[in-house]
Design a protein around this ligand. Structure first.
Ligand code: SF4
Length: 341
């Protein structure tokens, strides 16, 4: 891709990302007040105790259309009683990640890539999350324990890419991430560092000069995979933050999940791809929902998804059509699904 010059080279943000994290909305009624809705507007709302708590950063909440109970951004974070129902086929670990969680903080699923679980929390809790039941407590590493994880990478010369994941990896301080990045860069067979993150979308202030520094100051090629499901998630501040990453030569990709009631039409998916590209981001994956307990109400049949992809392919250039994929536990790669006309 050609280098893109950000609209502004200044980081002008009134509230730091840490302050935004400390004031995330954590209660359902507070979210409804913030978004101009009432409890009675939402069918099947869960206002009780939640095993998977509500967390919504205010920069994200500010993009929700006021007074619209069906807003697609609101629907991604709003807890519903239906999540508590048992639905056959929807289980706590549909990808059998327990099998590839080979030691604390490491998931080694695919050839050549290893994923580090760097945090057990996120800035935002997405109701459809496939890791909403993940045993984060068992994957917390102290600094000395991270040496064991680094030893694992050091001893396997087939590992060429390390992925910072979570939870939300960018919830860590830049200093911590800088130290870890430099340790990984010292392992000669690792070529790329990939970050799986939703923070630049939900709190764009997270893209700081320090973050761009540690991402680009080693010999590792940086790739940031953001996660946005709807064009309305990408306001001008988010687009600026994404442009800052691109302007530093970072490859920025997006992955989405196909969600009923959120982004299940051709026009919504088309707008998302076009908005991403305007912000210098390439659409990468469109995932079928992983069949996680509590998320069945978001699921779309694969045939309907393939038909959507077929129609999308007729309306966008090929490079703006994400790959529709399904993850099958135990498979050596994600399974691509073909477009149906
Ligand atoms: S940000 Fe990612 S890991 Fe965190 S809750 Fe959302 S989907 Fe799950």
């Amino acid at each position: 891709m050609c280098p893109i010059i950000p609209r502004s080279d200044q980081f002008i943000h009134s509230i730091s990302w840490q302050s935004e994290l400390s004031r995330v909305i954590k209660d359902v009624r507070g979210l409804l007040v913030y978004t101009g809705n009432q409890v009675s507007d939402i069918d099947g709302l869960d206002t009780g105790h939640l095993d998977f708590p509500l967390r919504v950063p205010q920069p994200y909440a500010s993009r929700i259309e006021r007074g619209n109970p069906d807003d697609p951004l609101l629907r991604q974070v709003l807890p519903l009683a239906i999540e508590n129902q048992t639905v056959p086929g929807y289980i706590s670990d549909p990808l059998n990640e327990a099998n590839s969680n080979i030691q604390s903080g490491i998931i080694h699923k695919y050839q050549g890539r290893v994923l580090l679980i760097l945090a057990g929390t996120c800035a935002i809790n997405c109701r459809y999350c496939f890791r909403r039941h993940f045993p984060y407590q068992e994957n917390q590493n102290s600094k000395p324990e991270w040496q064991t994880a680094l030893d694992y990478i050091r001893q396997d010369s087939s590992i060429t890419e390390v992925i910072f994941s979570g939870g939300e990896p960018l919830i860590n301080t830049d200093k911590t991430l800088q130290q870890l990045t430099h340790s990984i860069a010292d392992i000669t067979h690792v070529k790329r560092l990939r970050i799986h993150t939703r923070l630049p979308v939900v709190i764009p202030q997270r893209v700081t000069a320090d973050m761009l520094g540690w991402l680009t100051e080693t010999r590792l090629q940086p790739v940031v995979v953001i996660h946005a499901n709807h064009a309305a998630e990408i306001d001008d501040r988010v687009a600026d933050a994404l442009m800052h990453m691109r302007s530093r030569g970072i490859t920025v990709l997006n992955q989405s999940v196909l969600l009923k009631g959120v982004n299940d039409t051709v026009s919504i998916l088309k707008r998302l791809s076009e908005r991403l590209f305007q912000a210098g981001v390439m659409p990468y994956y469109l995932h079928l929902l992983d069949k996680t307990q509590g998320t069945a109400h978001f699921d779309m049949p694969s045939t309907a998804a393939q038909q959507l992809l077929g129609q999308l392919s007729t309306q966008l250039p090929g490079y703006l059509v994400p790959k529709l994929v399904k993850e099958i536990a135990g498979e050596a790669a994600k399974t691509p699904l073909l477009a149906l006309q």
